[in-house]
Design a binder for this molecule. Sequence first.
Ligand code: ADP
Ligand code: MG
Length: 388
Amino acid sequence: MEIEVARNSYGGTGKNFCDGASSCAYQDKVASDWGGERGVYLVWEDLTVVLPNFGNGHTKRLLQGLRGYAEPGRITAIMGPSGSGKSTLLDSLAGRLSRNVIMSGTVLFNGKKRRLDAGVAYVTQEDVLLGTLTVRETITYSANLRLPKTMTKGEIDDVVEATIMEMGLQECSDRVVGNWHLRGLSGGEKKRLSIALEILTRPRLLFLDEPTSGLDSASAFFVIQTLRNIARDGRTVISSIHQPSSEVFALFDDLFLLSSGETVYFGDAKMAVEFFAEAGFPCPRRRNPSDHFLRCINSDFDVITATLKGSQRIRDVPNSADPLINLATAEIKARLVEKYRRSNISQKVKAKVKDISAILKETITERPVHNKFDEKPFGSNMLNPAAC
Ligand SMILES: Nc1ncnc2c1ncn2[C@@H]1O[C@H](COP(=O)(O)OP(=O)(O)O)[C@@H](O)[C@H]1O
Ligand SMILES: [Mg+2]
């Protein structure tokens, strides 16, 4: 069976194929530079989240039997319309679900059920920052609280400066964060500062909930490019994202597309366009692929289509061949979900989840992290475009 595994940034292509001996790629990787040390293989299977007592004794399914994986060296996007379950999926994987919902299924970190509390970071949608502190003060404050007590002041300062560099915050490092009456950082800078606070502890697995919401396309691109560089340094990065530009979408390695808690697509982000075309919903040539995917599965467009149908333009073209105009979103979504379920892509995901779970269970033994700063900091030229 063919197994695809990611390589680190030094590997170049980001892909590697292992023919026949399915265990070789993972075992080599575990033994190599970051399989068991720097990155985390995360797999989830039959992941279901329900909300009991959802009015009249009914139960609402927020996530329905999801299966997927995330690998070191790769960045995964979770996309879907508002309310489709993106945050719920992130929270399930990160073990942060609220108490009023019930989760079932399996989530494995490096083949084990145990949660890796150390080495996992989560960047929430809202930036929680003190407006009167500068960027450097904010990072130093957090570093002093969160880094090991054994570190000297000089070592902590080095980590702070390295983090400022990594997140591209040099130019605003002495500027105050700002608030409603104090002019300060831009939205993109604030988001990069929030990420900086989380990567201080050098997590192996980084979750982010919509880090680009509210940002202009250039700032969003910079944020995701920085995350991609963190992934290329051997970390595992999973981020939900709402309607990325085509440039931002192109930065993602894997895509998990959700609609009402169901998997519409999970696999290589670049193959999603082909999948939609084969399912009968080709992306028009000049449309941003992520806009097209959401256009297909967002039921809010039913109202828009109905309005357009009532207008002159579409009444003049009664036999329009556009499946997006002729079919209700529920029908399109059902076709895509069914097509994905029967696809080779889905079968490969199933096999790969099984392989990762079985092989890593045998091969990875978690080593306690005594001093997270034994290793060198994130790639030193992470903001060098040549490294992307
Ligand atoms: N703890 C909860 N209690 C009640 N409803 C919830 C809870 N978590 C999520 N939901 C509901 O589940 C659906 C998916 O929510 P969410 O994961 O936040 O979607 P997204 O992040 O894609 O916008 C929404 O309808 C939301 O109201
Ligand atoms: Mg959300």
